[in-house]
Design a protein around this ligand. Structure first.
Ligand SMILES: Cc1cc2nc3c(=O)[nH]c(=O)nc-3n(C[C@H](O)[C@H](O)[C@H](O)COP(=O)(O)OP(=O)(O)OC[C@H]3O[C@@H](n4cnc5c(N)ncnc54)[C@H](O)[C@@H]3O)c2cc1C
Length: 349
């Protein structure tokens, strides 16, 4: 497939969706049905779920962004990532529930304006809100972001992938593997993580993506459980028990995430990611016109991330006093941020 893409690119032909080539390449391999299903499941877990995008949304030339992630192993942090966040945020002045609406920059530094929680002034600002939030223009920048940055933001897309946890009264599946499931062209109830393997609790986590995830976000919890049970009972039989609890994300409807993972659609390139995160600090410094080292005693304001990750606590502004921050190392780096606030606890009794 890579070779076919390269030939096409070398021939000066325009980029097209991955879906135009990948299924044909698989057909040509003439795999037996079992192997084909295995390969399709692998593609589902390591490409389409990993980028929260369907094949038709991904660039043939740059879908892997010069980096292929192989979904081969899982590590679970004991007690969750929150332990890391707690350790890293000790001593920092973090303001939760402070939604930033505007960031102004002038010769004196930055002013970060929030919705109803006042303003924060600092020498520098570090913005780490998710790409979807930037793309939707939820934060106004004054002066506007430079055209090269805004254009890169516009070319990249944020996809949608939601998580659905089900706690069952007993384990009804036999597998002790971490990942279970089967391929589905639309990624419906296809990828399940077996948490029983790690926590000894009969918990399954399922990922749904793109259009189907968006549809599920608008459905009630009861309807979502019914949809999941319809699938599970087809696979495991009519006696499959109802879950005793369910939790899910709704990252598409959340204005502080506006989706989840970023991907490159046809026409976008890895350069667009690199433009957001220039590798060499000197380049970034030049572009942002920043001094080499932050003078001691000056302040920076971090907008967007208090290291929230999947245990995120909503919008945040964090203010740091004296730091050893080197201007240019991270300032203005709109990294590939993915919002994963899981804040709703939906239970079904
Ligand atoms: C479905 C899914 C599964 C994942 N699974 C894993 C995994 O198993 N392991 C792993 O290591 N990583 C995983 N990741 C990736 C991981 O969650 C991200 O890499 C990480 O959360 C990025 O952290 P961040 O601080 O850059 O961005 P985020 O965690 O997105 O934090 C951005 C913060 O900005 C805040 N914000 C947004 N708008 C505003 C505003 N206007 N004002 C103030 N604050 C605002 C948001 O509320 C959020 O708290 C997964 C991601 C997804 C989407």
């Amino acid at each position: 497939m890579k070779l076919e893409a390269e030939c096409r690119r070398d021939g000066g032909r325009r980029d097209i969706p991955l879906s135009r080539i990948l299924p044909r390449v698989l057909d040509e391999m003439q795999l037996d049905p079992k192997t084909r299903a295995g390969v399709e499941f692998f593609i589902d877990t390591s490409i389409t779920q990993a980028y929260a995008a369907d094949q038709k949304q991904l660039s043939l030339y740059n879908w892997d962004d010069d980096y292929t992630e192989l979904f081969l192993a899982l590590w679970i942090v004991p007690d969750g990532y929150i332990r890391i966040v707690e350790a890293m945020t000790k001593g920092l002045d973090i303001r939760l529930q402070h939604a930033v609406s505007e960031i102004c920059r002038d010769e004196n530094g930055v002013v970060v304006k929030t919705r109803g929680n006042g303003e924060f002034r600092a020498s520098y600002g570090v913005v780490t809100v998710p790409h979807g939030v930037l793309a939707k223009g939820h934060i106004k920048f004054e002066p506007k972001l430079p055209a090269w940055k805004q254009e890169a933001i516009n070319r990249i897309r944020t996809g949608l992938s939601d998580k659905f946890w089900f706690h069952f009264p007993r384990k009804f599946w036999k597998s002790n593997k971490a990942i279970v499931g089967r391929p589905d062209p639309d990624g419906k109830w296809s990828l399940w993580v077996n948490f029983e393997k790690y926590h000894r609790e009969p918990v399954l986590l399922c990922f749904n993506r793109t259009g189907y995830a968006a549809k599920l976000e608008k459905m009630s919890d009861d309807k979502v459980v019914d949809a999941a049970m319809h699938f599970l009972r087809k696979e495991y039989g009519r006696r499959t028990p109802e879950p005793i609890a369910m939790q899910r994300s709704k990252w598409g409807l959340n204005e502080f995430s506006e989706g989840t993972l970023t991907h490159l659609p046809p026409g976008a390139s890895s350069e667009d990611h690199r433009t957001r995160t220039p590798r060499r600090p000197s380049t970034l410094r030049r572009r942002l016109d920043l001094p080499r080292v932050q003078p001691p005693g000056r302040r920076r304001v971090m907008v967007g991330s208090a290291g929230g990750g999947e245990s995120g606590d909503g919008p945040a502004v964090s203010r740091c006093g004296q730091t050893d921050f080197q201007a240019g190392e991270s300032c203005g780096a709109f990294a590939i941020t993915v919002n994963s606030n899981f804040r709703r606890r939906n239970q079904r009794s």
